[in-house]
Design a protein around this ligand. Structure first.
Ligand code: GDP
Length: 434
């Protein structure tokens, strides 16, 4: 999906506009327990446009001086976006800080659309003329508080979205990413697989932005390692601000089929790991948990079990994810990673024949009928698989309100016990039969 980033000095109204464009979506996502999406990044739709949007103003850059913060936020926008929306405040006119932002944005080759906020009624339109001087063409008047002008602004931004054919890889290619906090060993792991079999490696410019993905071919299978550049790019802005590294990770997850959550055996599980894992789950990606630096800890015959229990306890929702203990340094078990990726990626795209599926579910329902609720009982009529990646099942019933979480879980477990869905989330949707 194309990405729009909003930049501008503080108090021009960036987050108001962000929230308007994103609408209800963020709060819906936050209703899922254990899963929060950062308030600075969201997918959004506007008429026919479907995109992701970043509020760079929400990325705190330590305690750097004011101008340095704005500068770094603008640089993040230049790195991450397909289109940059440069926001200013019409009531205050062009300020020195706006000019600073402009100066940085002159360096980008990305399209920049200039928005002048707080133009709440048509009489105020003449206030926008000063903004031509910033050098980004026609200023678009908008009003965050009244929601005016956003349509025109987004139409303009959408004109610069990359063409469909520039985006994406073939369906036969397995796209995976390694996600984890700085220094858990993501790049070392990538280097171990890339190094080991004299594979063809070439860094190609990523889909639409500076992000670099690495294509990789092994044993007749094509892979793309998503956002290898993000893993290799070390430095202040990339690593020291948690929000930015989370955002970068979310973007990589979204573009992947399989997500490897990389943990560091020395440090155990941290909050940020859980947050990111939650996102991978919610996004419906296949997930593998990789515990790296296994060489660094002292082990006895219970260490692996203890780690496994700890992971299961902390990532309750990821009970389907395989766990592997590796060392990038000694290469212990690193060769098992690709076969696991193949396996979970196959499960992620698996289709179950309707007749077999219904046999399994009918049998489960007969043996364990749904409990009755206020004198009514859930009846399950028919189940069908509506999608893959992740496998998504629609369960047709008499009254969807009678389907409780625990019964849904029971059906999911029956499906999992019968078919091999290791590594992939599965989704159940309950519908009334019409
Ligand atoms: P990234 O930030 O997650 O990409 O982490 P790096 O791959 O840059 O690794 C961070 C540091 O950990 C480097 O000094 C690596 O040499 C070291 N490292 C990575 N994997 C292992 C491992 O399996 N064992 C040990 N002992 N050190 C490792």
């Amino acid at each position: 999906k194309p990405v729009i980033a909003i930049v501008g000095r503080p108090n021009v109204g960036k987050s108001t506009i962000f929230n308007r464009i994103v609408g209800e979506r963020i709060s819906i996502v936050e209703d899922v327990p254990g899963v929060t999406r950062d308030r600075i990044y969201s997918s959004a739709e506007w008429l026919t446009h479907d995109f992701n949007i970043i509020d760079t103003g929400g990325i705190e850059i330590g305690d750097e001086p004011f101008l340095e913060q704005i500068r770094q936020q603008a640089e993040i926008a230049m790195d991450e976006a397909d289109v940059i929306v440069f926001m200013t405040n019409g009531r205050e006119g062009v300020t020195a800080a706006d000019e600073e932002v402009a100066k940085i944005l002159y360096k980008t080759k990305k399209p920049v659309v200039l928005a002048v906020n707080k133009i709440d009624n048509p009489d105020m339109r003449e206030m926008i003329y000063d903004f031509y001087a910033l050098g980004f063409g026609e200023p678009f008047p908008i009003s965050g508080s009244h929601g005016l002008g956003l349509g025109d602004l987004l139409d303009e931004a959408a004109k610069h979205f990359p063409k469909e054919e520039d985006i994406g890889y073939g369906d036969e290619v397995i796209k995976f990413s390694l996600i984890g906090r700085p220094n858990v060993g993501k790049s070392s792991l990538v280097n171990t697989f890339l190094g080991q079999d004299r594979v063809i490696v070439s860094d190609v410019a990523g889909t639409t932005r500076d992000a670099i993905d690495t294509p990789y071919h092994y044993d007749e299978q094509d892979y793309v390692i998503i956002d290898t550049a993000g893993m290799r790019k070390k430095g202040k802005v990339y690593e020291s601000t948690e929000k930015y590294s989370v955002l970068r990770a979310l973007r990589a997850i979204e573009r992947s089929d399989v997500v490897l959550i990389v943990l560091n055996a020395e440090e155990g599980i941290q909050e940020q790991d859980k947050k990111i894992a939650g996102y991978a789950h919610e996004a419906g990606k296949a997930v593998i948990i990789v515990v790296n630096k296994w060489d660094t800890i002292e082990k006895d015959d219970k260490t692996m079990k203890r780690f496994t229990d700890d992971i299961r306890e902390n990532f309750l929702f990821l009970d389907y994810a395989p766990i592997i203990f590796v060392s990038a340094n000694t290469k212990q078990r690193v060769h098992q990673i690709l076969p696991i990726i193949n396996r979970v990626s196959e499960n992620h795209a698996m289709r179950i024949q309707s007749s077999i599926l219904n046999e399994v579910i009918e049998d489960a329902v007969v043996r364990n009928p749904a409990p009755s609720d206020k004198g009514k009982r859930l009846r399950v009529y028919y189940t069908t698989q509506a999608a893959i990646k992740p496998p998504t099942f629609i369960v047709f019933v008499n009254e969807p309100e009678l389907m409780h979480f625990s019964y849904e879980r029971f059906i999911e477990n029956r499906i999992r016990e019968t078919f091999d869905f290791e590594g992939t989330p599965i989704r159940l949707i309950t519908r009334a039969r019409t």
